[in-house]
Ligand binder design. Structure first.
Ligand SMILES: Cc1cc2nc3c(=O)[nH]c(=O)nc-3n(C[C@H](O)[C@H](O)[C@H](O)COP(=O)(O)OP(=O)(O)OC[C@H]3O[C@@H](n4cnc5c(N)ncnc54)[C@H](O)[C@@H]3O)c2cc1C
Length: 392
């Protein structure tokens, strides 16, 4: 949408959309609030995008501050929230969509599924849709990833490119829930703001983050878990299961927490711990440790209390699977970046073909980075296509 919006100012553009309306995925972003970008400086942004260095040149031409100005100038001011995440002031994704929609509806062919590229002598001549061929001097592919297919992007774009020899790297789920076959029995419970670590078989911390953790009927979900998921996915390729460790108690050293507990000898252990954790979690850990829920603190040996504290500070859940890519928020992998010129997103293989957005082997963490990379690649590609066409 960004590419078409920029190009239509000076060129004849047709936007082909298989759905009956634009931006179906955009509308569900950020729970309908749309975390459109992140106000971090370019250097920081790049660190949070997988293969982010590829975007170095593009980000020097169009960056989050330019995105903020773009929406501001188009009547949709943005506001900054925690972690420099930017949202429309109205909290409505539909307002972001409206910026594009009004103009783009004039040039969009809806319900038009592209099923192939028209290529002659390694040069793009147009596209083939279900309803016929459309000739074009330039084709920009922005068909997205393979997640949430019902919203339009189901991997057909990758298939078309692969058929013509374009390298597509392995696709994998990013930002998704984790499946555990352990009997957790904590469904519906949320732990707020906990440190979570992904550890490999050698107990090396591969990734760590802090955020909310949600227990579900299949395992774990919530923001902290979503951030861990791609690292778990990679580990599961080489090991049977992955140990996820959660610090249930924070702001205390183990020693300070020990003192805190043993200084209340006449109290029930459950009541002491319930001050720091939801009661269900307390019961679960006590059961796991084989400690009577009604036990008084003084009834436990110091050794036993220390064992319990160890379990609370290093609560482990064994993960056996990552949720299916179709249910992931973002797709990892895509068009190999070796196929693409980072200056203008042109295909190195086919003349006049360009590829942008989630279709590429680029993805960001949660925090507005994915829409940022879609907008940045779209804007810069359009600008470069326009410049080359005007001088042709
Ligand atoms: C639930 C959810 C919440 C998210 N929240 C955020 C967030 O808050 N912030 C953030 O940065 N990112 C978020 N993301 C990720 C973000 O939405 C995507 O990374 C981004 O939309 C990718 O943009 P894109 O233009 O590359 O692809 P898409 O947005 O997927 O657009 C691709 C378009 O191409 C069309 N299309 C596909 N194939 C064809 C074909 N063969 N013919 C014709 N048309 C076709 C599709 O219908 C679609 O309209 C979220 C994703 C999900 C699923």
């Amino acid at each position: 949408m960004m590419a078409a919006y920029q190009l239509m100012k000076d060129h004849e553009v047709i936007l082909l959309e298989r759905n009956n309306s634009l931006g179906k995925k955009l509308l569900v972003t950020g729970n309908g609030r749309c975390n459109i970008t992140n106000n971090k400086p370019t250097k920081e942004l790049i660190k949070r995008i997988h293969h982010g260095k590829f975007l170095f040149s593009a980000l020097s031409k169009f960056h989050p501050q330019a995105i903020i100005s773009f929406f501001n100038e188009n009547g949709v001011p943005l506001k900054e929230e925690d972690n420099q995440r930017m949202f429309p002031e109205s909290d409505k994704a539909v307002d972001i969509l409206k910026v594009f929609e009004e103009e783009l509806n004039k040039i969009t062919k809806f319900n038009t599924k592209v099923i192939d590229l028209l290529i002659e002598n390694d040069e793009i001549k147009g596209v083939i849709t279900e309803t016929g061929t459309i000739l074009a001097d330039r084709v920009i592919m922005a068909t997205g990833g393979v997640s949430y297919g019902a919203l339009g992007s189901d991997g057909l774009g990758h298939e078309i490119l692969q058929k013509h020899g374009v390298e597509i790297t392995d696709l994998y789920p990013v930002e998704t829930s984790l499946i555990s076959r352990e009997p957790l029995d904590l469904q519906g419970l949320t732990l707020k703001n906990k440190k979570v670590m992904v550890k490999d078989n050698h107990q090396k911390v591969v990734y760590s983050t802090t955020g909310d953790v949600l227990f579900t009927h299949f395992g774990l979900s919530g923001p902290a878990i979503m951030l861990c998921s791609e690292h778990v996915h990679h580990l599961l390729k080489v090991q049977e299961s992955v140990s996820l460790e959660c610090a249930l108690i924070s702001h205390y050293t183990q020693e300070a927490f020990f003192t805190q507990i043993v200084s209340q000898p006449a109290k029930k252990l459950t009541n002491v711990l319930s001050f720091y954790l939801p009661k269900r979690m307390v019961s679960f850990v006590l059961n796991l440790q084989g400690i009577d829920e009604n036990a008084l603190v003084r009834e436990l040996s110091h050794k036993r209390v220390r064992q319990l504290i160890e379990a609370l500070f290093h609560f482990k859940v064994e993960i056996h699977e990552v949720m299916d890519i179709k249910k992931a928020i973002v797709t990892g992998g895509g068009v190999s970046l070796d196929e693409v010129n980072p200056q203008n997103f042109a295909s190195k293989r086919f003349k006049n073909l360009f590829m942008i957005g989630e279709l590429l082997d680029l993805h960001g963490e949660m925090g507005g980075y994915n829409l940022t990379l879609a907008l940045v690649s779209g804007y810069v590609c359009a600008r470069e296509v326009s410049a080359s066409q005007l001088t042709n």
